[in-house]
Design a protein around this ligand. Structure first.
Ligand code: PLP
Ligand code: ZN
Length: 441
């Protein structure tokens, strides 16, 4: 919960580690540099987005593969590449999720080297957002914020509320009022203040920008956005480390604001820059749901600007109609010879089912979007069967149950009697719902 009145900024916690590797906030458009505060736009010059800049010579001097491997089993093993100063970051076990070598899905699609990066089991709230929030709240604490907040499509609210609870920070989150029940409940349980805004995400975000200007709150994805977004680099770092310190040939990731996608790219580039992996041109493909696909539309039309859209899709977690990092995502897709594709809601559901049936992973709608786009790209010959391809699964299906309700059959209800079971089994066989012959031999 938030306090009755806004607290003024608390005293920043004592920082014991002074040799941070991040140096300034730098404008992505004009290069203007700013001090490392709670700031996200280039307000002196061009209003472009700010990004954290690092001293890569210092990072190179400090890290080796061994030093990373001897670090914690969480995103904080990559701390040298992350924008925090403290020796005691908020470590709730986020990161180091499985990179699964796909067998059955790969065979189904005709791919030889497919991997699934499974952030559906990320900690503590089962989506990749725990990565970005762990970093944003660690930095929020360093900057002296006592209340943290966010504009969320669902998963970010879960993460911010959970990790704020752990860190003892006051929390107020903003969500669109029409979110899935699991996302709302999965936020309320941590007892933050939840503002359900009658509008879409882009309206929520606009409102939050105003609140950020009038209250002294740390909005993880607004005034703390430069720090927050760096957390997604760890999805690049982990894949490189888990592949045995090599980069894949091709990745497929979902796009909402485009931040995740662009930061996986930044993560790969940084590992190359400091010599942890060999240089390689990784192809970047992106996934959107057709009902909110402003980046895919720009890509297909060959445009280098984004025309905002009004979201209308079951893939609510990635339904951002005016994506802040859209143009940077477009640029990466084009220069790496990747693709940005969209799929229908029906294909999203098929994607969720396909991943579950072949790999035992229950992902949410965003993951269904990624798998459906992966399939579409393979069928169009846009992914080579031999390429080492990584599909990023970013969230958990238990949070978006309504998406598949009615599409996955029903249990067979029986009496606690053997003959009732036998009759049901016969029915199941005739319905051909299970491959019994295979099971019985
Ligand atoms: C937020 C989110 C994304 C994409 O986020 P970006 O805004 O593009 O960084 C992807 N998948 C899930 C499940 C998400 O919650
Ligand atoms: Zn600028």
């Amino acid at each position: 919960m938030i306090q009755a009145t806004d607290k003024t900024l608390s005293t920043p916690e004592t920082i014991t580690q002074t040799s941070a590797t991040f140096t300034t906030l730098r404008c992505r458009e004009c290069g203007e540099e700013y001090e490392l505060g709670a700031k996200h736009v280039c307000e002196d010059v061009c209003f472009g987005p700010l990004e954290v800049a690092y001293d890569y010579d210092e990072i190179r001097r400090r890290v080796t593969r061994e030093s990373i491997q001897s670090g914690p089993n969480s995103i904080w093993r990559y701390r040298t590449f992350l924008p925090v100063k403290t020796d005691n970051p908020i470590d709730v076990g986020t990161g180091m999720t499985p990179l699964l070598r796909s067998n059955r899905l790969a065979r189904r699609l005709g791919l030889k080297n497919l991997y699934i990066k499974n952030d559906a089991v990320n900690m503590p709230t089962l989506s990749f957002k725990d990565r970005v929030v762990s970093i944003a709240l660690t930095r929020a604490r360093e900057l002296g914020f006592s209340t943290v907040s966010c504009a969320s499509t669902g998963n970010l609210a879960n993460s911010t509320a959970a990790i704020a609870a752990y860190a003892g920070l006051d929390c107020c989150v903003f969500i669109p009022a029409d979110l899935e029940a699991g996302k709302v409940l999965g936020t309320l349980i941590y007892d933050p203040t939840v503002m359900a805004v009658q509008g879409n995400y882009d309206q929520v975000n606009r409102l939050c920008s105003e609140v950020a200007n009038t209250h002294g709150w740390g909005f993880v994805n607004i005034n703390l956005r430069p720090y927050y977004s760096e957390g997604s680099k760890t999805l690049g770092f982990e894949v490189a480390e888990q592949l045995g310190w090599q980069l894949p040939d091709h990745i497929v990731a979902p796009l909402a604001s485009g931040s995740l996608y662009t930061k996986i790219y930044k993560g790969f580039q940084e590992f190359i820059k400091v010599g942890l992996v060999d240089d390689k041109k990784v192809r970047f493909s992106g996934a959107q749901a057709e009902g909110c696909s402003p980046i895919a539309q720009a890509f297909q039309a060959g445009r280098d600007f984004i025309s905002p859209v009004k979201p209308n899709t079951i893939a609510k977690s990635i339904a951002i109609g005016n994506p802040a990092d859209g143009i940077y995502a477009l640029d990466i897709a084009r220069k790496t010879n990747g693709n940005i594709e969209s799929v229908t809601d029906a294909e999203v559901i098929e994607g969720m089912k396909l991943l579950a049936e072949t790999e035992g992973i229950f992902t949410e709608t965003a993951g269904g979007t990624t798998i459906a786009v992966l399939k579409k790209l393979v069928e169009a010959g846009k992914i080579d069967p031999d390429e080492t391809t990584v599909a990023y699964i970013t969230g958990n299906g238990l949070k978006t149950q309504e998406a598949v309700q009615g599409y996955i059959g029903e249990p067979l209800t029986i009496e606690p009697k053997l003959d009732s079971f036998e009759r049901a089994l016969d029915r199941a066989r005739t319905l051909n719902r299970l491959e019994w012959q295979q099971v019985l031999v």
